[in-house]
Design a protein around this ligand. Structure first.
Ligand code: SAM
Length: 360
């Protein structure tokens, strides 16, 4: 049976949300208690914590070949500072922490930080996104310290193309890292694949096969205008709908119900292991249900990946501010969160920081 004989796969892209309308007066004050909420009624309970701006890869769509000007060590939050802030965020209703970067595994003694974060709350969802290069030796200590699972970035299953896209001949090590993550119980292992027109858009079916063979969850991410070299073009964005259809023609898919994540996810109709998902940040933004917050490596708080402003938490933290003062800053910033990014509008302005500096 071909895709033409069947009903077309119901695309879950752009889940049906009510249009976000501000239920509160925009000029009003944030609530002093309860969860972190914005004027559109969205509750923020997911925090991405960047632990470094440095990376050992140089993905063409993220960072220049020569790297970026790295932050001086004194500007990076210490583990104790990160722990204090995360503890505060958890007391304000954050339930999920993702450690990111730069490349988080290049930060020395990362398992120590994981253990500190795990000690905050045994029920916290604690994950990390990594390029996988150092997981062969870090997967076990990270799992032992309390990490729940990892997402590993991998944009090509072809060694030469992987090397071209990451500017590192590291395909075999990343595959070893994936196996180490699985063996250490950091599962389900998710794979993040940025799909770029004219570069790797012919690979989704191969990745779906990989998901079926390994049991991993592959998430296809639309290319976003967050590359440091500013060579993003709309024509290079491969719409997620096309990816789902291409895979469905070969491996029929069944949509999963709306989960907590922004990805629209699918399992294989024939019951094969693994699954796929698409994150359509450009063609079908999920801003209406966005629950994400970000803390950069230098302690700047961002309420949107594309935000043009940040709230400095490091300066008050280092000046001895009590939790109540930090909480006031956090609540005020979340309250002001805009309705959504402007990528699809004529007035779109790129944030000054690129993906690796923010923490993807
Ligand atoms: N180094 C870690 C990793 O590889 O997962 C964490 C940081 S990395 C910036 C986080 C994710 O952002 C990766 O999956 C990467 O592929 C993705 N990314 C970077 N630049 C991007 C862009 N311009 N558009 C879409 N995704 C991007």
């Amino acid at each position: 049976m071909t895709a033409n004989d069947r009903n077309p796969i119901p695309l879950q892209l752009g889940r049906k949300h009510e249009q976000a309308t501000a239920p509160f007066e925009p000029g009003s004050e944030p609530p002093r208690e309860g969860p972190l909420v914005d004027t559109f009624g969205r509750v923020a309970d997911d925090l991405r914590v960047s632990v470094t701006d440095r990376c050992n890869f140089r993905c063409t769509y993220c960072m220049p070949a020569e790297g970026l000007e790295w932050l001086p060590k004194a500007q990076i939050l210490t583990f104790e500072e990160i722990e204090r802030l995360v503890r505060l965020f958890v007391s304000l209703g954050v339930r999920s922490i993702k450690i990111t970067g730069g490349e988080p595994t290049v930060r020395a003694d990362l398992p120590e930080l994981v253990a500190k974060l795990r000690s905050i709350d045994p029920g916290l969802e604690l994950s990390m996104t990594t390029n996988g290069y150092l997981l062969d030796r870090l997967a076990e200590p990270l799992a032992a310290a309390g990490l729940d699972r990892v997402t590993i970035s991998c944009d090509s299953l072809q060694r030469h193309r992987f090397a071209e896209m990451t500017r590192r001949d590291a395909f075999d090590r990343v595959m070893t890292g994936m196996r180490a993550a699985h063996a250490a119980g950091l599962s389900p292992v998710k794979i993040n694949t940025v799909v770029i027109g004219g570069i790797n858009e012919d690979e989704p079916v191969a990745f779906a096969r990989f998901a079926r063979e390994t049991g991993h969850q592959v998430r296809f991410i639309e290319y976003m205008p967050l590359d440091a070299e500013q060579s993003w073009e709309r024509a290079k964005v491969v719409p997620s709908g096309r990816i789902v259809q291409a895979i469905d023609e070969v491996y029929p898919l069944v949509p999963e119900g709306d989960g907590a994540e922004p990805a629209s996810t699918y399992v294989f109709a024939d019951g094969a292991p693994g699954g796929i998902g698409v994150i359509s940040s450009v063609t079908e933004p999920f801003c209406d249900t966005c629950n994400r917050l970000r803390l950069t490596a230098e302690g700047q708080f961002r309420v949107c990946l594309f935000a043009l402003d940040e709230t400095d938490l490091r300066a008050p933290l280092r000046a001895g501010a009590p939790d109540a003062e930090l909480e006031r800053l956090i609540r005020a910033a979340v309250w002001r969160k805009w309705s959504g990014h402007r990528i699809n509008h004529a007035d779109f302005v790129r944030p000054a920081k690129s993906m690796s500096m923010i923490g993807g």
